[in-house]
Design a protein around this ligand. Sequence first.
Ligand code: SF4
Length: 350
Amino acid sequence: MDIIKLEKYLSEKGEKSYRLKQIKKAVFCDLISDWEGATALPKELRGILEKEFPLFGMFAEKVLESKNGDSVKAVFRLGDGNFIETVLMKHLQGRNTVCLSSQAGCAMKCGFCATGKQGLKRNLTAEEIVDQVLFFARYLSTSDVDNIVFMGMGEPFLNYDNVLSSIRILNDKDGFNLGIRHISISTCGIIPGIEKFAGENLQCNLAISLHSADDETRSKLMPINKTYPLADLMKAVDEYIKKTNRKVMFEYLLIDGVNDSKEDALKLAKLMKNSLYHVNLIKYHDTGLARNASNLACEAGRADFKPSPQTKRTQFFDMLKKLGVSVTFRVSFGEDISAACGQLAGKVVR
Ligand code: SF4
């Protein structure tokens, strides 16, 4: 359902302004699954809405739960037959985070990412992004989605307007009312997106997929680095911090023999010079797709990527700490259902 189009429709029809509030409450708070459930509305209006503004534009083809119960992955079939994946992460403290896709596929071709292998199919609409959140709100039987992160399929800043519209819809006080500080966007380093985002005056969180602190390795892992190299990227991040005074997260997957040496930790520590930078170390997850001789794993000098062993991960973490870097290890969710970082591929059967 396109809430912006619906708002326009109601005003053109001369409906009272409280109708929109009733509709938002029904959709985003009561989580109705059809318009008949919006009992505060007159029957005639419900009939029109059912016809003109169907609630669902996509269907969950498959829902997979991880063995330990901490994560759930939904594979959605979109109206045009494309697939996307969305992940619910249930934290020990009882918080629920939904990891959203912003595009079907992705054009960025990061060598460690299953989505990147597919190429871009298309941008998602704002409604398709919002629907992913509502699906999991219904799945939880409450609107208790505490956080959303744009870290699923796609590069959010290459679908900028729809991502921002979805954020405004989810943040709407009359609707889903998700706190703006509970929303995070992760980018592979699209500088024009970072610059535009800095001017939005939104209190969302920004994360940068970094994965290497030297241009040579980063360009092999993430081809976007050839367009936006590290020096320019860090300048854009600093400008963002100057304008917003907000912390920026740097995501760093630890890949055995690629970016996990002592020298790599030293380079990273040197780059992390701003007190508002924070590093999230992440265990690399097997995508099952990195064994093709033509893939970027080979460009990085390896036939395949493997996670860094636990001892190396600990050493890397300790070294960063010792060098004064603000750093944490991000807990991995849903590896057994191919729902972890880098594993989303938009496939019904994995
Ligand atoms: S990591 Fe993100 S930006 Fe890179 S290919 Fe995967 S989805 Fe695209």
